[in-house]
Ligand binder design. Structure first.
Ligand SMILES: [Zn+2]
Ligand SMILES: [Zn+2]
Length: 664
């Protein structure tokens, strides 16, 4: 078969299934998801699920999405032709799949309403068509809630259908139980062999535990019940069980002992919930990014090293890390030995809300992954400063005329799983861009280059309008707390270095040599956002103190095709790890503290403590006063911020001065 007719066949199975569903009045869907269980074997497959309304008809697996969908559609069509299904309803009228079998939908809805203390009505909204043959538009109403409208030529039949539509919706929401037959049998009832739950459970957890935790987290009841009599001899019994969550009974499975069967039953439920999007895999397994299978470039190498490190450090973390959207890491490259190693990594995409703003220095204001990775990196640098003063010395920093400097054969590199928020992420595909790794920034619209702030308690950024924010204004809630976007902060690192003000008292600026994105890379926009816009008018920064300069790091992207964008709702959790501490810390980006509500090792106060350990000067100064000792850094910062404003990008928004006025 040539590709043309194969294409025709593909189109036919999918469209035939969709048409069939429409014709019988049951919403057809073909959803595809990546099967993650084989993530580590490198075999990526996709599973497509064919549904009519919320009933799963069948599923099919293939190496790509399109084939999986085609197979599922084809299988579904065959299955339905073979079964006396709705397609063979009488008189061409699609048969209604009753939400509550054996019961009139209108009375079932009335009974439900009564039990809830609500009133249910069927409302005729209007009519269409010729007067002698009208079609009525009707919907069910429960209390104040309106359900989806349906159309029918017969008012009585229409009432039933409107009521049934409402019941099906309530069923999908878990408010009324589903009929047992609603779930397809998935043929997972093998009694022998080992059970593999890696696709649905975090390490060292079984499905029963995960299922119980899920129920607990949702505040609903759960159980595992025996749905059929035990079979076989007393010494060799077969159990049949099903998991029940909030009165919804899942598929029955069999097993040779109670515990095994319970785990199989809850596993079947979790897989079903995974398909319907009601359960999310722990992200360590799900992995927002794939480890490149073939290392074709420097960027692939950076990504591989980062993702492997991330997986190994979070494998011991019990907490649910689902909802991770952005991962960032800073890596050290040693040219002499050609070795690359992660020294700091972070995840997160939240900032605190104004009410958590703290004048003690004990909360992390900005928990975006890049910022978390940079703060962990400073802890790593403090450790290297300490080592440089010990007898063994540091392998990273050496003394040059009284200051510390990175050895020449070493360099630092940044990985981010996606474009940094702010200017680096606000382009559209229509914006032209040069994709080569040269710093040719694109300025196509007025928006390009603008400084932007993160939106409090949300995702996305907005251009800066005015720079002032006051402590009382934010605390009272009159002003929303604003934090500069990651693109803006990275741009500043490319002028002032990653080490920050305090460490600049001891060392030369530490610049990034490259930045790698996991996806959404556009060289023209990325170079503008992270460096070139600062140097748009080079005269403005010509007064930078010695050792400070605008650096243009190598920019690139992982070579493997477009990765799936992670679209799930994100969690405020943030993870940080650095090689100096060697442990994982979990924080809550929404309040800026650890999940045990203690100050994080990455907060200003903790880093100030690191500074005081390496600094013999015992004069009592606030954090701000100490930072102000770094005059070169401060002058560079002022020049940079002035240059950005002069370039027309807007003012740099600083936190209220009070947040830096604490003593240790
Ligand atoms: Zn960000
Ligand atoms: Zn540049």
């Amino acid at each position: 078969m040539d590709t043309g007719s194969l294409h025709q066949l593909q189109k036919n199975a999918i469209s035939a299934f969709m048409e069939y569903g429409q014709r019988i009045g049951r919403q057809p869907t073909l959803e595809c998801r990546e099967r993650r269980s084989r993530l580590f074997s490198g075999n990526q497959t996709f599973v497509a699920v064919a549904r009519l309304e919320d009933e799963v008809i069948c599923e099919a697996e293939a190496p790509n999405k399109k084939d999986a969908k085609t197979k599922a559609a084809d299988k579904a069509l065959r299955q339905m032709e073979a079964s006396p299904g709705p397609s063979q309803g009488t008189g061409g009228e699609p048969e209604m799949r009753l939400a509550v079998p054996g019961k009139d939908p209108v009375s079932a809805l009335m009974e439900y309403a009564q039990a809830q203390g609500l009133t249910a009505t069927i409302v005729v909204e209007g009519q269409t068509g010729p007067a002698h043959c009208p079609t009525f538009i009707m919907y069910a109403k429960l209390g104040d809630r309106k359900f989806e409208s349906i159309e029918h030529a017969n008012k009585k039949e229409g009432r039933k259908r409107a009521a049934n539509t409402a019941l099906l919706k309530l069923q999908r929401e878990g408010k009324i139980p589903r009929p047992r037959s609603g779930f397809c049998q998935r043929g997972s009832q093998n009694d022998s062999g080992s059970d593999d739950y890696k696709d649905i459970c975090p390490p060292r957890k079984n499905p029963l535990q995960v299922f119980n935790e899920l129920a607990q987290a949702r505040g609903v009841t759960c159980d595992v019940i025996e749905t059929a009599d035990r079979r076989g001899q007393p010494h060799d019994l077969t159990f049949t069980m099903a998991a029940v969550l909030n009165d919804i009974e899942f598929e029955s499975v069999t097993g040779k002992n109670k515990n095994q069967t319970k785990n199989r039953a809850t596993a079947a439920a979790l897989r079903q919930l995974l398909e319907t999007g009601d359960y999310e895999l722990p992200s360590a397994q799900r992995g927002a990014e794939r480890i490149p299978q073939v290392i074709r470039s420097w960027d692939d190498r950076i990504a591989t090293e980062t993702l492997q490190k991330f997986r190994s450090v979070v494998s011991d973390v019990e907490a649910d890390l689902s909802g991770r959207k952005v991962l960032a890491a800073i890596l050290l490259y040693d040219k002499k030995t050609d070795t690359l190693s992660v020294v700091s990594l972070g995840t997160g995409n939240r900032c605190i809300t104004g009410n958590y703003l703290c004048v003690e220095g004990s909360v992390i204001h900005d928990s975006h992954a890049e910022i978390i990775a940079a703060r962990g990196f400073r802890r790593y640098l403090y450790e290297e400063v300490r080592r440089s003063e010990s007898s063994g010395g540091s392998e990273v920093l050496g003394h040059t005329s009284g200051r510390l400097r990175l050895f020449r054969h070493l360099s630092f590199h940044l990985y981010i799983s996606t474009a940094p928020c702010g200017d680096g992420a606000v382009y559209t595909r229509a914006d032209p861009s040069n994709e080569d790794n040269v710093h040719l920034p694109v300025y196509r619209t007025q928006q390009h280059g603008l400084l932007r702030t993160k939106v409090e308690n949300g995702e996305g950024t907005i251009p800066v309008e005015n720079a002032s924010q006051t402590l009382d204004g934010i605390r009272r809630g009159d002003q929303r707390l604003r934090t500069m976007s990651c693109s803006d902060k990275i741009c500043r690192w490319n002028v002032l270095g990653l080490q920050g003000a305090l460490l600049s008292l001891r060392m030369d600026p530490i610049y990034l040599s490259s930045i790698t994105l996991g996806m959404l890379f556009s060289a023209g926009h990325m170079s503008r956002a992270v460096c070139c816009r600062a140097a748009r008018n080079p005269d403005l920064l010509s007064g930078l103190p010695t050792r400070y300069k605008v650096t243009h790091p190598e920019l690139g992207c992982v070579s493997e095709g477009p990765q799936n964008r992670v679209t799930d709702r994100s969690s405020p959790r943030s993870v940080n790890w650095n090689s100096a501490d060697g442990t994982v810390e979990l924080t809550d980006g929404a309040n800026g503290k650890t999940i045990r509500n203690a100050p994080s090792r990455l907060c200003k106060r903790s880093l100030f403590q690191c500074f005081s350990h390496i600094n013999p000067d015992r004069a009592r100064r606030t954090y701000r006063q100490t930072k102000d000792l770094a005059t070169d850094y401060r002058n560079s910062r002022n020049l940079f911020e002035d240059a950005m404003e002069t370039n027309g990008y807007g003012p740099w928004v600083r936190k209220p001065p009070e947040v830096d006025m604490f003593y240790l």
